[in-house]
Design a protein around this ligand. Structure first.
Ligand SMILES: [Zn+2]
Length: 268
């Protein structure tokens, strides 16, 4: 999971979103707001809607490298995702800070699943089932890590030696550990085999590219060409794999040899 860079949404777009939101907020009941949030979002979130065109363009700037999904880091991000689901939080359906760019494989199964976390780390699942009454959720902090404001790297660590699974970092508070585990489970980051395989492949690509860089650097390739190699390495998918390689290199002999040889790569 990637923490999205910040980018400025044009003020005209912000104003239009606020005006869409006022249409929802003006409705007299929560139930009406929930249904209107879904309908209006579907109506406005279209390629020919200039507001959403600019929302998407700005979200694209916030993605790492190529337009990768902020949750799985793998597929192309092409869905405007509500971090707080619009089904539960109609008051956030057109709120810019509630948007992220995700792929269908992440956004679909995440759907309306949502949980709150108490200060003592107790999780409460507030997903609404089909026949549940449409009532507002209780107040509380989201269990899901927020890709707009939080860095999952501070909560999760990737096993680069054996499994290529994410693990909750040791030493977190109970609350943070529960949030990290919830995020991992709800996004199925360890349960999708293809993601695990692609993280492993990304590790090999980063390592091979770093080896190639060292070889060319030692053969006095021009600084311009070396720069292109670095840029290419940084465009490889799964940027968390690269961050983890830099975090863990002291403990993994093949990485230690590479980074000791090219300490400049720790800044990439
Ligand atoms: Zn995804």
């Amino acid at each position: 999971m990637i923490k999205l860079r910040s980018a400025r949404l044009p003020s005209t777009v912000k104003q239009q979103l606020a005006s869409y939101q006022r249409q929802i907020d003006a409705l007299p009941s929560y139930v009406a707001r929930v249904y209107a949030a879904k309908d209006k979002f579907e109506q406005y979130n279209k390629p020919n809607n200039s507001t959403f065109k600019q929302v998407r363009q700005t979200l694209e700037k916030m993605c790492a490298g190529i337009r990768h999904c902020c949750y799985c880091e793998d597929s192309v991000a092409d869905e405007v995702e509500h971090i707080y689901p619009k089904d539960l939080y109609p008051e956030k359906v057109f709120v810019w800070s509630n948007y992220a760019y995700a792929c269908g494989q992440c956004n679909g199964p995440k759907g309306n699943h949502f949980a709150l976390i108490s200060p003592k780390g107790v999780l409460t699942d507030i997903a609404r089932s089909r026949n549940d009454p449409v009532t507002p959720p209780p107040k509380g902090k989201a269990a899901l890590l927020n890709p707009r404001t939080e860095d999952a790297f501070d909560f999760l660590e990737l096993d680069l030696v054996n499994t290529f699974y994410f693990h909750v970092i040791d030493g977190l508070s109970l609350k943070d550990a529960q949030r990290a585990k919830y995020t991992l489970d709800i996004l199925r980051l360890n349960k999708r085999d293809y993601l695990v395989k692609r993280r492993r492949r990304a590790y090999q690509s980063y390592r091979n590219d770093l080896e190639a860089y060292i070889q060319h650097r030692d053969n006095h390739e021009s600084p311009q060409l070396l720069k292109i190699r670095i840029a290419q390495l940084r465009m490889l998918g799964h940027p968390t794999v690269w961050r983890e390689m830099k975090r863990q290199y002291q403990d993994i002999p093949e990485l230690k040899a590479l980074f000791d040889n090219a300490p400049e790569a720790l800044q990439w």
